[in-house]
Design a protein around this ligand. Structure first.
Ligand code: DAH
Length: 383
């Protein structure tokens, strides 16, 4: 075939492609040119019967024809599809300014509400809000908190572990992994896990922030535990103060002030019980007094009918301070940790923990808070 014939064929094919009325017409053009019995395919087949010289001449011509036709079909197809989408978009409209029919609007979940209340109360005492990752490493979640590898407290945490990674113990933001003896020492895979408590935020804060430190760290925590009073994901708030000359007295006053502001009553009595946590020494469990009213436990009353445990606390263990690169001879502090879901249940009279995470609209409407009801100390923390 002469170049002139090929040029003519190409012009005809491209004109047909350009004039194809729709996707179906275009598909016909494609079959006509490039299908099994197509004209271009037919030309390609003739190459096999040619002498080498002729093939060298015709080969590139026919290939160029095929490329030009293939590209033209592709371009035209894309154009048609775009035009189709544009046409559809022009007819489909969504008025974002319309009020959602029949919906009463969202509400603030009691857990979020309590987190906002905590931030408000502690901000007034000079505490900042800190956060940390929910996917933690062994060092921040355990080792730096004075819970070494074989420590029984690890078993109590029902930890969700990730599969071991090929990272070594010495990397990451882990200033003293070697001296702290991470899980078998350098070279061993660095185990990642879902944090079992908010206490690793203590470590992250001490490692990155020069004291004095005053933070609370609310957030999600995870343990492989599920029954009427435990969910695999739950919420905690951590508190940490690091400064010079900090004593148990500061801890007691701070927690008393917090609990009174949170439950919005002054007749609150706290009881301190000696306890044990690896990361505090001494460790103190805090109970709050309740009064029985019609068989229900209501927080408060100066002559309580009973005690309810609400949080764990203590003076930060010197080993924890040292693991973060601070001198425990200079810096002391206290810490506390508390379940937020439990606080919300006690304050708002919610019986079943599991309902917190069901996403049942009726429950949310009943226990939720209006979005613009931001808790303030002056306006009332919970209302
Ligand atoms: N991390 C502890 C837990 O999850 C709670 C806790 C107790 C936190 C005492 C503290 C503390 O900071 O001082 O059970």
């Amino acid at each position: 075939m002469s170049q002139t014939d090929i040029d003519q064929l190409q012009a005809d094919l491209l004109a047909a492609i350009a004039g194809a009325p729709g996707l179906e017409g275009l598909e016909q053009c494609r079959v006509h040119a490039l299908g099994k019995q197509g004209v271009v395919t037919g030309l390609l087949k003739t190459l096999g019967g040619m002498s080498p010289d002729e093939r060298q001449l015709q080969g590139p011509r026919i290939q160029a024809l095929r490329t030009a036709v293939t590209e033209a079909i592709g371009d035209r197809k894309a154009m048609m599809e775009r035009a189709g989408l544009d046409a559809r978009l022009a007819t489909e409209t969504l008025d974002m300014s319309l009020p959602a029919g029949g919906m009463s609007g969202g509400s603030v979940h009691p857990v979020s509400q309590v987190m906002d209340e905590l931030a408000e109360i502690f901000a007034d005492l000079g505490f900042a809000v800190a956060t940390g990752p929910e996917i933690e490493d062994d060092w921040h979640n355990f080792t730096a908190l004075n819970i070494p590898d074989a420590h029984p407290a690890r078993a109590m945490h029902d930890t969700f572990y990730f599969e071991a990674q090929a990272k070594t113990a010495g990397d990451g933001q882990n200033p003293s992994s070697d001296s702290a003896g991470l899980a078998g020492g350098a070279g061993r895979a660095k185990r990642m896990l879902l944090r079992t408590h908010t206490s690793p935020v203590q470590i992250r804060t001490m490692v990155t922030t020069p004291p004095p430190i005053r933070i609370i760290a609310p957030g999600r925590t995870y343990r492989s535990d599920s029954d009427a009073t435990h969910t695999p994901m739950f919420h905690q708030v951590e508190g940490l103060v690091i400064d010079k000359g900090i004593t148990l007295g500061h801890l007691k006053w701070t927690l008393e002030t917090f609990v009174k502001a949170f439950f919005e009553r002054d007749d609150i009595v706290l009881r301190q019980r000696p306890s044990y946590f690896p990361f505090t020494e001494p460790s103190v469990e805090i109970d709050v007094g309740y009064t029985l009213i019609k068989g229900k436990r209501v927080i408060g009353g100066t002559a309580p009918d009973g005690w309810m445990e609400i949080l764990g606390s203590g003076m930060v263990h010197p080993k924890v301070i040292a693991a973060c690169g601070l001198d425990p001879e200079v810096w002391q502090g206290f810490a506390f940790g508390c379940g937020i879901d439990r606080l919300a249940m006690l304050k708002y009279g919610i019986d079943d923990l599991r309902a917190f995470f069901d996403g049942d609209l009726r429950w949310l409407r009943h226990y939720g808070f209006a979005a613009l009801d931001i808790p303030t100390l002056s306006g009332g923390i919970g209302a």
